[in-house]
Design a protein around this ligand. Structure first.
Ligand SMILES: NC(=O)c1ccc[n+]([C@@H]2O[C@H](COP(=O)([O-])OP(=O)(O)OC[C@H]3O[C@@H](n4cnc5c(N)ncnc54)[C@H](OP(=O)(O)O)[C@@H]3O)[C@@H](O)[C@H]2O)c1
Length: 274
């Protein structure tokens, strides 16, 4: 794309990978952005110097080093790599604030996945029994997925007044890894791209919120939205949800928002109505 006075100069880390190649193509196709550096595993970190924005899709164990280097050199960052738990995010905040920098971390660029996680957070107060099953292609080396961690953290935050979910026998390995008390079960299977089910067990019912990514093209719209936001982002923020207007459309004569039949659905005895 043409370079102009308002052009954002972009370095892509992980540019040889699946997501990095996709992000590089989008940067090249988008007015107002210019791809100035493509970093792989053998690149020197200072190859990104001179960029305004680092787009980062590497490995969970590599990502913090790249992000910190960018922040210290006045480069804003859009992070797509998995592994940014809430602890890792918190440890970055003071560094970013000190540098007056900006880091936008997006665990999942798929719009459908972001909506599924938000609906899961909405349902969280009505069920005490909640588990996540995520499946990814066999080449994904980290687990649980960043999306599953983000979903569990959103559910945990939505239930902050209710406390942990009921997760019996969670000390047994086959019961999954708990994040915000919610067991996450990770499958790594040939033939799958990315899939996540959030299961809510209630009294005589199970609600499943399911999302499947069928092809990497699912990430394109979210990457475009995030690129625009990342060029001016300040501080550290997480998630595409805050960039989308996820409020339900107003319904005429919708009446009360309380569930029918009483104060709550009756599944989580102490839940408050929204
Ligand atoms: N946020 C989302 O929506 C989303 C969606 C899908 C995936 N992801 C995440 O994005 C990340 C990348 O996924 P992918 O499928 O693109 O992986 P991939 O195809 O395996 O690519 C990994 C990239 O990281 C680079 N790399 C490896 N070691 C490095 C090092 N020490 N220093 C710098 N770069 C290094 C590789 O470079 P070489 O080729 O030189 O080895 C390659 O370019 C993963 O964490 C994945 O979970 C996020």
């Amino acid at each position: 794309m043409q370079q102009g006075p308002g052009t954002t100069r972009v370095a892509v880390a992980g540019a040889t990978g699946r997501m990095g190649r996709l992000a590089s193509r989008i940067v090249e196709e988008t007015d107002g952005f210019e791809l100035v550096a493509s970093l792989g595993s053998s690149s020197e970190l200072d190859e990104m110097v001179g960029a305004d924005l680092l787009v980062e899709f590497t490995l969970p164990q590599v990502s913090p080093r790249l992000v910190e280097f960018a922040v210290d050199h006045g480069i804003r960052v859009l992070v797509g790599t998995s592994g940014w738990s809430s602890e890792r995010v918190e440890s970055l905040r003071s560094r970013v604030d000190k540098a007056s920098g900006g880091v936008l971390i997006v665990p999942n660029f798929s719009i459908g996945s972001v909506i599924a996680s938000s609906i899961s957070a909405m349902a969280a107060r009505y069920f005490d029994s909640i588990e996540i099953v995520e499946a990814h292609h066999a080449g994904k080396i980290d687990s649980p997925s960043g999306t599953a961690v983000r979903t569990a953290e959103l559910i945990g935050a939505a239930r902050s007044e209710l406390g942990p979910v009921a997760a019996p026998h969670a000390d047994q390995r086959a019961r999954g890894q708990q994040v915000a008390s919610i067991p996450i079960h990770s499958l790594r299977l040939q033939g799958v791209h990315a899939k996540q089910d959030v299961l809510f067990g209630g009294t005589g019912e199970v609600l499943t919120i399911s999302h499947e990514t069928l092809a990497p093209t699912a990430y394109e719209a979210g990457i475009r939205i995030a690129l625009q936001a990342a060029r001016t982002t300040r501080g550290v923020s997480v998630g595409l949800d805050r960039l989308l207007d996820l409020r339900p459309a107003p319904v005429k004569d919708a009446g009360t928002s309380r569930p029918p039949g009483g104060e709550t659905s009756g599944q989580a005895a102490t839940a408050t109505t929204p």
